[in-house]
Ligand binder design. Structure first.
Ligand code: ARG
Length: 581
């Protein structure tokens, strides 16, 4: 258990011993550091329960705390707020314990098996900024969950079937009509057809086909027909689509790798196909499906609903499956194969209603056990300066690759070319650009929209990825220069070196809050505060040249702890630190 949590428990029992039977106490980091490090805000609440003056209650508690060697400057403010400050000895001992065992500054959570579904890139379609958010937030939450002791299996859930498949195949047919895939008299093996398409060409095919199909009715009919045949297992289309899938997926994987996103499973919507007959059969036999305009739908409305809850279409009019059918069968397949307590989905807020329908459908039909927890975590959009979803200058969706390129150009401009060897400059600029993007993306609360601002994101000052990388690298180089092997905190000089020390104790609570909220905003905020507070101390003092040996050693120890904490956080956020910058 973390030191601060232990302290909180011990304060709770002190209050209990003073005669107040409390379940939990309101123990918070103080915003008025001049009054104390922490506040206990229970006296007002207890006064109502025990019918006693809050100041008298506070007085009783304070009298005990004043004798406690862990605290100094215990005082009462206003109607009964208790302020207290940690004694230098207590604080320094706490930090030395963390130096010995970093686990003392982490509060693990009870073990559970989580299945995480994030990323969600679509095959043969451009990876866009919405996919960045899903991948970035999902990856960080996955790392955080594991860090705090949960077992996690992650799956990208590729969109590997649907209208886009028909579009792409119809466009390839138009460009290469003589290919054997389209020859009805072909009797050979479809897997052996010699056909290759570059990633570039594939990238331009979908948008072109999509426009063509929208403008031309016959073309759209062809697309629908091809999609249907593909779904029904047409051998020629399947072989062609598999080829396209391979090319597209290896490209998508490379982008994910660039942004430090890795999955345990790279499955797609079609991986549930073997389970679909079973699932549909079950739903039909148990009368969960009903016919509506030739489609099969499922009612998911509940009595207490206050907003519209449309039925879920499970089978299309032409008998084909939909995104929803595949999500239902995917849940079924995951539960068959893995031991799962909870499934977490990360997708755009606009899919919130859809997921609610899915969750209700599988619960209502008892396709999943009652106690399986299904949760959707939506996120806001990345907007342009006009506060609308970010687009390219010509109005197209901004691809993730383009986005990274813009930031790479911006970081290259600002790169300190004297610090980084020439052959490493490009790689370093890219690392910094990705850090800038990932960090900026995790600053707002998950559901909040934010504005893409390359200059701001890549700035070396302020709440940015580059600022954190730069500061963290500087800590590392100080530690290398100091070359002291064993160090401990022996004393503090003043409030300036004490400030980052105190902040370190907040780390476990911040992690717990972020996991609870499935949002990284508190953690991005915390690392910024910790780093700024450390930098203030760094700028005020000459650490290496300090002649008071105890002080110097203490400062190295402090640097070590802040550096280690920063590295742990950056790793959770999925941000790599370059050697130099
Ligand atoms: N491919 C989907 C999209 O681009 C996201 C997938 C989300 N996950 C899921 N199981 N439906 O919108």
């Amino acid at each position: 258990m973390s030191i601060l949590k232990e302290l909180k428990y011990s304060l709770k029992s002190i209050i209990k011993n003073a005669g107040y039977d409390v379940e939990d106490i309101i123990f918070a980091t103080s915003s008025r550091k001049d009054l104390g490090d922490y506040q206990i805000n229970d006296a007002m609440r207890l006064s109502k329960i025990y019918n006693e003056n809050p100041r008298d209650i506070a007085e009783k508690i304070v009298n005990i705390l004043k004798k406690d060697p862990r605290f100094i400057n215990v005082n009462i403010a206003g109607p009964g707020f208790i302020n207290l400050t940690l004694s230098p000895y207590f604080l320094q001992t706490a930090l030395n314990q963390i130096l010995d065992d970093f686990n003392l500054n982490i509060d693990k959570v009870p073990k559970k098996n989580i299945f995480m579904d994030y990323g969600g890139a679509n095959v043969a379609k451009t990876l866009h900024v919405g996919h960045l958010r899903s991948a970035n937030i999902g990856e960080a939450i996955k790392r955080l969950a594991k860090y705090l002791g949960l077992e996690v299996i992650s799956d990208v859930h590729f969109g590997d079937i649907g209208r886009q498949s028909g579009m792409v195949i119809s466009e390839i047919k138009k460009r290469y009509p003589t290919l054997a895939y389209f020859d009805e008299n072909y009797t050979g093996n479809y897997e052996e057809i010699d056909f290759n398409i570059t990633e570039e060409e594939l990238g331009e095919i979908y948008p072109i086909a999509s426009i063509a199909a929208k403008e031309n009715k016959e073309r759209m009919e062809e697309v629908v027909e091809i999609t249907k045949e593909l779904e029904e297992g047409n051998k020629a289309y399947t072989a062609l689509w598999n080829k396209i899938k391979d090319i597209s997926i290896s490209d998508i994987k490379q982008v994910y790798k660039d942004i430090n996103v890795v999955f345990d499973l790279y499955e797609g919507e079609t991986d549930c196909y073997p389970y679909i007959p079973e699932v549909i059969d079950y739903l039909e036999k148990n009368n969960y499906l009903k016919e509506s305009e030739d489609a099969q739908i499922m009612d998911v409305k509940e009595e207490q609903d206050t907003s519209p809850m449309p039925p879920l279409v499970v089978i299309k009019r032409n008998g084909g499956t939909l995104y929803a059918t595949r999500d239902i069968a995917t849940i079924y397949s995951r539960l068959k194969r893995f031991d799962i307590n909870e499934i977490w989905y990360f997708a755009d807020n606009r899919q919130a209603l859809y997921f609610e329908q899915i969750f209700r459908a599988v619960k209502k039909s008892k396709l999943v056990p009652k106690d399986l927890k299904l949760e959707f975590f939506g996120f806001g959009t990345l907007n342009g300066e006009d506060k609308k979803p970010f687009k390219t200058r010509d109005g197209n969706v901004m691809s993730l690759k383009e986005l990274i390129k813009i930031l790479e150009e911006e970081t290259t401009k600002r790169l300190n070319k004297d610090m980084v060897e020439e052959e490493k400059q490009q790689e370093t600029a890219k690392k910094i650009a990705i850090a800038a993007l990932k960090y900026a993306d995790l600053i707002p609360y998950r559901e909040t929209d934010y504005v893409f601002s390359p200059e701001k994101f890549t700035s070396l000052d302020g709440k940015t990825g580059p600022f954190l990388l730069y500061s963290t690298i500087r800590m590392k180089s100080l530690l290398e220069k100091a070359s002291i092997k064993k160090y401990a905190l022996k004393k503090f000089k003043n409030e300036i070196d004490r400030a980052p020390a105190l902040l370190l104790l907040d780390f476990p609570q911040i992690l717990t809050n972020c996991l609870e909220e499935k949002s990284l905003n508190e953690l991005t905020d915390y690392i910024y505060k910790l780093t700024s507070s450390y930098n203030t101390f760094y700028n005020e003092n000459k650490i290496i040249a300090e002649t008071d040996e105890d002080l110097k050693e203490s400062w190295i120890a402090l640097t070590h702890l802040v550096y280690k904490t920063n590295m742990e956080i950056l790793n959770i956020l999925g941000i790599n630190v370059p050697e130099k910058m």
